[in-house]
Write a protein that binds this ligand. Structure first.
Ligand code: ATP
Ligand code: MP5
Length: 259
């Protein structure tokens, strides 16, 4: 059985964070292990509270998994504070497998998930450890200081981040206009495009995409194929049209099982 480790926050509403990651890996046939960085009280309408876990326990969670199960891939999601970021950097230092980093900054509901003071450590400590970065358009704009208004701009941003951090980069297009075009740069440009589905229920799409990429990498796919398959999975999960809660609801992680 292939395994993955997700290092991320807990989402009480089950659509994003650790819960989305574990559901996704399970749906794709990969055994998920986890290190929880923060507990969020959140639902489809917003984030009501955030409690960062103590850095020492986060370090122990990661060490417990790495020294025993040796995951085939790692995904990093919400890491809100500089202390936790530093500890994750130290705990992953000797890890040799693929590390997919989703630079989570703001929830779909608009609530901030990364503290302002943590941005710099995210870039200096965790980006160099990552093998694949998955910013959305607003995150890529912040990271590159560029305005992104087209797939050509996504391409420029992906190349700039690749040059700066030496990781492959997927600039996701869910926040763009027109088609949902995701631009991937691994030294070559790959564009993965789908129609933009008219569905407000997209809570957790970013978490699901990054954990699906990590799962497909664990299963042995190359990066570009893992990204393509992960996007197909997210697309199907949005298209399923699950409608839970009063706000921006989750996607259906179990979509493939229902078919
Ligand atoms: N309405 C939609 N129709 C089709 N694909 C979408 C839609 N919204 C998002 N996606 C796809 O979902 C994936 C996640 O993209 P997005 O840009 O929304 O990331 P994100 O902002 O990190 O996610 P989140 O909304 O969870 O914060 C991408 O593959 C994107 O193309
Ligand atoms: C714990 C946690 N991690 C990540 C996200 C981002 O997901 P989304 O942007 O889809 O709300 C979230 N809402 N909660």
């Amino acid at each position: 059985m292939k395994t993955m480790l997700t290092i991320a926050g807990s989402d009480s509403s089950g659509g994003a964070g650790i819960q989305a990651d574990i559901k996704t890996a399970t749906a794709l046939g990969v055994f998920a292990t986890s290190a929880i960085t923060a507990i969020t009280a959140q639902n489809t309408t917003g984030v009501q509270a955030i409690f960062d876990l103590d850095g020492d326990i986060v370090a122990e969670e990661i060490r417990s998994v790495l020294t025993d199960i040796s995951p085939d891939a790692v995904k990093i999601g919400m890491v809100s504070s500089p202390e936790i970021i530093k500890i994750i950097g130290e705990a992953l230092a000797g890890y040799k497998g693929p590390v997919v980093l989703d630079p989570v900054m703001v929830a779909t509901s608009g609530s901030p998930l990364l503290r302002d003071e943590a941005m710099e450590s995210l870039k200096t400590v965790l980006f160099p450890l990552a093998t694949l970065l998955t910013p959305n358009i607003p995150e890529a704009e912040l990271l590159t200081d560029m305005k992104i208004e087209s797939a050509a701009d996504q391409e420029k941003a992906a190349k700039a981040l690749y040059d700066a951090y030496g990781a492959s980069v997927l600039v996701k297009g869910g926040h763009g206009t027109g088609r949902a075009a995701d631009v991937f740069y691994d030294g070559n440009i790959h564009i993965f495009e789908k129609p933009m589905l008219d569905n407000p229920n997209t809570h957790g799409t970013g978490c699901t995409l990054s954990s699906a990429i990590a799962s497909y990498l664990a299963l042995g796919l190359d990066e570009a194929k893992a990204v393509e398959e992960a996007k197909n999975y997210v697309y199907d999960a949005i298209a399923d049209g699950l409608d839970l809660g009063r706000g921006r609801g989750p996607i259906n992680h179990m979509v493939r099982r229902n078919k």
